[in-house]
Design a binder for this molecule. Structure first.
Ligand code: 13P
Ligand code: SF4
Length: 333
């Protein structure tokens, strides 16, 4: 912690209520180190007129402490396109910051760590998409937002896990190329008659969950509700009570009367949802996303101070990629 960052009485007063809210996930001994960053970030973002967006996988001190807008990938794409400030700081991964840049090319988009990637986005290149289009001429390309701007530029329409089935059906065709998540493609194919041509990408976080884990937990917690993300393997999804995007998982929990819930996804989701649902016991054999966890309060403060780590995308790529996101937003959730 730098010398000007002190746990002063002003910082304590400012962060007191916040700590009470998130104390379940942050040990008391760590708070004097964390709170001064939260105070400084909030002060600086106001002074500079910067909006902070955060994905549901961000740690509670970011999600509740400094973000102005939180949500799933679809929510961030929609809400990010409506932000009024000239600068947006994205607490998420590279493709999310790129999506914000594509939707608002005139804005400065900051990502506190430019190396915060995604195994799905890294699984496919624009050249791979061009080859697939040659192999399947005339078949529309539906691309998960978890891809680079270059890949989106080769795409007819984007989707997220919140609207993948709706997007595929909106095209009124018999067959689509659906990229790059093999498991999401399999999940979509169980919900539609449209033939799905898929790719071999996987989320390194969700692919680790197993059906065995669920079976064992159900033995320990007989009334357990299992709520999974569609990036999980098919047998995990089959063994779940509900499957949906991070936003839909949160909605499910809010409406649920269950005592024991297993959110089959990234660890911070359970921490964040626990804050609003203290009566629920979240069973937690979760997995961390190493990319999401590259975003820290220290890096957010540096990025705000220096306004560095700016997302740059070629203008031609932006104009080619934009249509695919706009079409997705028009279809909605
Ligand atoms: P959603 O928030 O769209 O469900 O995405 C999950 C995810 O893995 C983002 O990287
Ligand atoms: Fe990518 Fe999976 Fe991490 Fe999401 S959780 S950013 S899909 S690696």
């Amino acid at each position: 912690m730098s010398s000007e960052l002190k746990f002063s009485s002003e910082v304590q007063g400012y962060t007191n209520d916040l700590y009470k809210k998130i104390e379940g996930s942050i040990p008391k001994i760590e708070w004097p180190t964390i709170a001064p960053y939260i105070y400084e970030i909030n002060k600086l973002k106001k002074e500079k007129g910067i909006t902070i967006l955060a994905h549901n996988y961000q740690a509670p001190e970011i999600f509740y402490g400094v973000a102005d807008i939180v949500g799933d990938s679809l929510g961030l794409a929609i809400d990010g396109s409506k932000v009024k400030t000239d600068t947006i700081l994205m607490c998420g991964v590279h493709f999310m910051a790129e999506t914000a840049k594509i939707m608002s090319p005139e804005k400065k988009i900051l990502l506190p760590d430019l190396s915060a990637g995604c195994s799905l986005a890294e699984s496919i290149t624009a050249e791979d998409v061009r080859k697939l289009k040659k192999k399947h001429p005339g078949v529309p390309v539906v691309t998960y937002v978890n891809t680079s701007a270059d890949v989106k530029a080769e795409t007819d329409i984007c989707c997220t896990s919140a609207n993948a089935v709706k997007i595929v059906e909106s095209l009124n065709v018999d067959e689509v190329i659906f990229l790059p998540d093999e498991y999401l493609a399999k999940y979509v194919s169980t919900k539609t008659k449209v033939k799905i041509i898929s790719w071999k990408g996987k989320c390194e976080v969700h692919e680790q969950f197993t059906e065995n884990e669920i079976t064992e937990l159900r033995e320990r917690y007989p009334n357990l509700k299992v709520v999974s993300h569609p990036e999980c393997p098919p047998d995990v999804i089959k063994a779940s009570d509900f499957t949906g995007s991070t936003g839909s998982m949160i909605d499910y929990v809010k409406k649920s009367k269950d005592k024991d819930i297993f959110l089959v996804t990234e660890c911070s989701m359970s921490d964040n949802v626990q804050v609003e649902n203290p009566h629920i016991n979240f069973v937690k054999p979760c997995n961390l996303c190493p990319h999401m966890k590259k975003i820290t309060l220290q890096k957010i403060l540096n990025s705000l101070k220096e306004e560095k780590n700016i997302i740059e995308i070629d203008k031609e790529i932006i104009s080619k990629a934009r249509g695919s996101i706009e079409k997705m937003i028009a279809v909605g959730r």
